[in-house]
Unconditional design. Structure first.
Length: 641
């Protein structure tokens, strides 16, 4: 257990079960809904650009404290607001990792509003529902950390005692937004610095994105994950690509390409599928390794609910009241109808549509459990949702192929199924983090579950417009919006039906994953603090190297800061570095969306550009300044220096 959990178990919830404070009010509903929409938009951009999303819990908690203080809000209302807000962030993660694959497949040229909305809405609602029978097992009875839930609770308690942070968060957001405006909008400096070196026929590539948001992402995920993501990039861009080029393997159009372009072509057409293979094996391993714990946890939860129903005189404490199990079951069954209708609009087959809907509900429950358990281990930001989604799409595609579907209709149907399940899994992990914070603070679980649903409903209606805006401005799948996970889902779904995946590369990735899993088991046997979760390495293999480099740099900042002060104390009490990171990411992501508007209106990506030949060194200097500011924020708030 963590120190926070020890304190929690010793002293009970911050607000006792015997107390009754307002939680769901007009102000919490409005503010929670607005923040859910904003966080959904910001994370849609960040996920497509950097292939990761950032937990909205702490930024939303800070904003809630600042706003609700004006109307006399209490700590449980602040928690209710952040609960709704984080569902927007999580839903965006589930949507952008999958739905853009329909555009990459060529099934859609634009995101269809109602299909996208229904997939996000019912996937998200199912995610909320499926966590209800798991709450007691994973939060009350299991010693799971839920690190972001604990951190959020501590930030809210610090604010309740007179702390703050809204000003620091806002200033960091200004920094992130201003740098994004100057680079992407005004083109005052390049967004990426890259170099290639040839040794014989071997082509080596190195690069760094000058995005402050990626530095912040690295700070949040920490050194262990940052190292693995970076090593994955090294394995691909400094080992696999040089080997591929040295062996003289053919690359279409290679004669007319410069070094950077050639390296990107080898990655895009061949070596990124090493990451595909690693993620396939990693996703299956996650399911296998978690299965015993999930079965035990769900059984314990059901037994607890059955015991409560068998004694009508027994009244659960306020802090243990979930939405009724009958309601969970009823809404899960009712969701089959709209899902079947939306699937029928695409498949034009009642039987196939019904199969898809049932598959979503069954797989959604299983993978929601996996995602919830993983969130308890590593947090929502590190939760390998893409791994469980790959497993979903792979199993769905294989079943659909057995049913006789061809390569024209099979891949998009597999993506439809994966999108709904991915939204459910993303919301499941996020909901459990929020319920952990509520458990520490003394919130009423069923009221938090209602606020999660409010956030899902508020944010699902903006998913398609935001995705269309970003696609029109930056083009999904381009270097400006890599959409790595969506590309991965596309490759898996299409590859099952067409058989045109570079299976040798996939097999190599699978072999690498097996070796990494074996090494991780050895580390576990030695009780090592450094671990090698295979999905982190696989993501690094799959990403462009320039994205992995700043993530590693941010992780180094986190390590350096932790040597000066206790990082656990920094995160749980003041969270200076965490708040700065969250602010930078939020500011850059929101500016990315804002810049999309004039680009779309003018139909010109360089409409705001002040120069056609931007330099590189100003971006590198300012990136160094962000590193320094982040280090100062992570150390000054705790040490007082």
């Amino acid at each position: 257990m963590t120190d926070s959990q020890d304190r929690e178990s010793a002293s009970g919830p911050f607000v006792p079960a015997s107390s009754s404070l307002p939680e769901i009010t007009a102000s919490t509903l409005i503010l929670g809904g607005v923040l859910a929409v904003l966080m959904a938009g910001a994370n849609a951009y960040l996920g497509l650009f950097a292939s990761t999303t950032i937990s909205a819990s702490i930024p939303a908690a800070i904003v809630s404290m600042a706003v609700l203080r004006l109307v006399g809000g209490n700590i449980l209302q602040n928690n209710a607001v952040q609960t709704a807000a984080t569902s927007g962030e999580a839903l965006a993660g589930g949507a952008i990792f999958t739905i853009p694959a329909l555009v990459l497949l060529g099934t859609w040229t634009r995101f269809h509003y109602w299909e996208s909305t229904v997939l996000a809405l019912f996937g998200g609602v199912l995610g909320v529902l499926f966590t209800i029978p798991m709450r007691r097992a994973m939060i009350v009875e299991q010693p799971l950390r839920f690190p972001e839930g604990v951190a959020t609770a501590e930030v809210l308690k610090a604010g309740h005692r007179g702390g703050g942070g809204a000003g620091a968060l806002a200033m960091a957001a200004v920094v992130g937004g201003a740098l994004k405006l100057c680079s992407t909008g005004l083109h005052l400096w390049r967004e990426t610095a890259a170099i290639t070196i040839r040794i014989g026929d071997a082509l080596f590539y190195g690069g760094i994105s000058m995005s402050p948001a990626l530095i912040a992402v690295g700070f949040i995920v920490g050194l262990n994950i940052g190292v693995l993501v970076f090593l994955g990039g090294v394995a691909n861009w400094m080992i696999a690509i040089p080997l591929y080029s040295a062996l003289g393997a053919p690359v279409p159009g290679a004669d007319s390409m410069r070094g950077v372009e050639l390296a990107a072509a080898i990655w895009s057409g061949q070596t990124r599928y090493i990451g595909v293979g690693a993620m396939l094996v990693g996703g299956l391993w996650a399911l296998i390794s978690l299965a015993p714990s999930l079965v035990r946890g769900i059984r314990a939860s059901l037994e607890a609910h059955a015991a409560a129903r068998s004694d009508p005189q027994r009244r659960l404490p306020r802090t243990e009241r979930d939405l009724p199990a009958q309601l969970v079951l009823g809404l899960s069954i009712v969701s089959l109808l709209p899902l079947t209708v939306i699937f029928y609009r695409f498949s034009h087959s009642v039987g196939l549509a019904a199969f898809m809907a049932v598959f979503v509900v069954v797989a959604g429950f299983l993978f929601c459990a996996v995602a919830s358990y993983m969130a308890g281990l590593v947090g929502s930001s590190n939760n390998p949702i893409s791994g469980v989604t790959i497993a979903t799409i792979l199993s769905a595609a294989l079943l659909l192929k057995l049913l006789g579907l061809d390569a024209r209709i099979g891949p998009p149907i597999a993506i439809f199924i994966g999108a709904a399940v991915c939204c459910a899994a993303a919301i499941g992990g996020d909901t459990m983090q929020d319920l952990k914070a509520g458990h520490i603070l003394g919130s009423t679980p069923y009221k938090q579950q209602i606020m999660q649903a409010v956030g899902v409903v508020a944010s699902c209606f903006v998913m398609a417009p935001v995705l269309n805006l970003l696609n029109d401005a930056y083009v999904i799948g381009s270097p400006k919006l890599v959409a790595a996970q969506a590309g991965l889902m596309t490759a898996v779904a299409r590859g099952i039906f067409e058989g045109d995946l570079p299976w040798t590369m996939v097999a190599v990735g699978g072999g690498v994953a097996v070796a990494v899993i074996a090494f991780d088991l050895w580390l576990a046997s030695r009780k090592s603090t450094f671990r090698t979760p295979v999905l982190a390495l696989a993501v690094g293999i799959y990403l462009p190297f320039e994205l992995s480099t700043p993530i590693f740099l941010g992780a180094l900042v986190a390590k350096a800061a932790s040597r000066k002060v206790s990082q656990a104390r920094a995160r749980s009490e003041s969270g200076g570095g965490l708040l700065f990171s969250a602010g930078v990411i939020t500011g850059e992501a929101l500016m990315g969306i804002g810049l999309a508007v004039p680009i779309v209106v003018a139909g010109n990506p360089g409409v705001l550009a002040l120069t056609s030949d931007p330099l590189t060194f100003p971006g590198l200097l300012l990136l160094g300044a962000v590193v320094w500011l982040l280090y100062r924020a992570a150390t000054r708030d705790v040490t007082g220096t």
